[in-house]
Design a protein around this ligand. Structure first.
Ligand SMILES: C[S@@+](CC[C@H](N)C(=O)[O-])C[C@H]1O[C@@H](n2cnc3c(N)ncnc32)[C@H](O)[C@@H]1O
Length: 267
């Protein structure tokens, strides 16, 4: 059996609630309409999830439901390779895919973490990273989930990448994905709080929702090496000025948008 989280929201709040769940690191969110016409969002925070893990921005009713493993895994049948760029694919590890010549393919098994490459914020962050990574640079991935960005950075040429996440599942999942993609010796991952992390990094990426980015802003500034770049995503095109203010004196050097989401590069 697998523990599912079901959040019930008025239809008008479905998108906001889905975004909040993505920010908690879920892999997939399924929308169902219940008998009262309200929207149920079905997802998973992992089998060990407790009430403390259900951090929602509004007091929507929620419940845990134990469901059959086969039902919980249905989404896997429909997972597809994601073309992040014309020559860059993130492929679910269990999906057969003939690698075309000249195309970089990252194989990702998400387990109970976020990071299949299919969410706009992951795609935007990955594209920004690919532009910014230079040979030998060091990368910090705050909220690494499946490790997809940290692993991508190493495949693009980074000397090494450190991933951190508050979700314990991110550690074994990122470790296994780094191994599967041939960069295990260059990817480190832990549940260390950003506040407790020492050192600085040439490139810092944080694909987390706005409130978390603001809460982490002082430490994001602290861990960024002088002259380094910070890529933030998980923020909406129409509402992210408050996040940029929290990251002053860094200045925006690029803003990339997809489906209402943005990734902003600051330096
Ligand atoms: C949207 S997912 C991003 C996953 C992956 N980096 C990607 O781009 O696909 C956000 C991740 O941030 C993690 N997270 C949320 N708040 C965090 C915090 N304060 N510190 C570290 N990780 C956090 C979540 O557990 C989740 O795995």
């Amino acid at each position: 059996m697998t523990r599912q989280l079901v959040v019930t929201v008025p239809a008008v709040d479905a998108e906001l609630a889905s975004d909040a769940l993505w920010g908690l690191g879920v892999v997939a969110v399924e929308e169902r309409v219940d008998v009262d016409g309200e929207t149920e969002l079905w997802t998973s925070l992992g089998d060990e999830a407790t009430a403390a893990d259900v951090r929602l921005p509004q007091p929507w009713p929620w419940r845990f439901v134990e469901v059959d493993d086969a039902v919980a895994e249905t989404w896997r049948q429909f997972a597809q390779p994601v073309w992040v760029e014309a020559d860059l694919v993130v492929c679910p590890a269990w999906v057969p895919f003939d690698e075309p010549a000249g195309v970089v393919v990252l194989r990702i098994e998400p387990g109970a973490t976020f990071g299949m490459g299919d969410h706009p914020t992951t795609m935007l962050s990955m594209r920004a990273l690919r532009r910014l990574v230079h040979m030998g640079c060091t990368v910090l991935d705050v909220g690494c989930g499946s490790g997809v960005l940290a692993i991508g950075a190493c495949v693009f040429g980074a000397q090494g990448a450190v991933g951190i996440d508050i979700a314990p599942a991110a550690v074994p999942v990122t470790t296994a994905n780094a191994l599967a993609n041939g960069v295990a010796s260059r990817v480190g991952v832990s549940t260390t709080d950003l506040a407790d992390l020492d050192g600085t990094y040439d490139l810092v990426v944080a694909n987390i929702l706005a409130p978390a980015l603001i809460a982490l802003s002082a430490d994001l500034l602290r861990v960024l090496a002088p002259g380094g770049s910070l890529v933030i995503s998980g923020i909406l095109a129409e509402a992210h000025a408050h996040v940029l203010s929290a990251l002053a004196p860094l200045r925006v050097v690029a803003t990339d948008e997809l489906d209402g989401w943005v990734a902003v590069t600051l330096r």
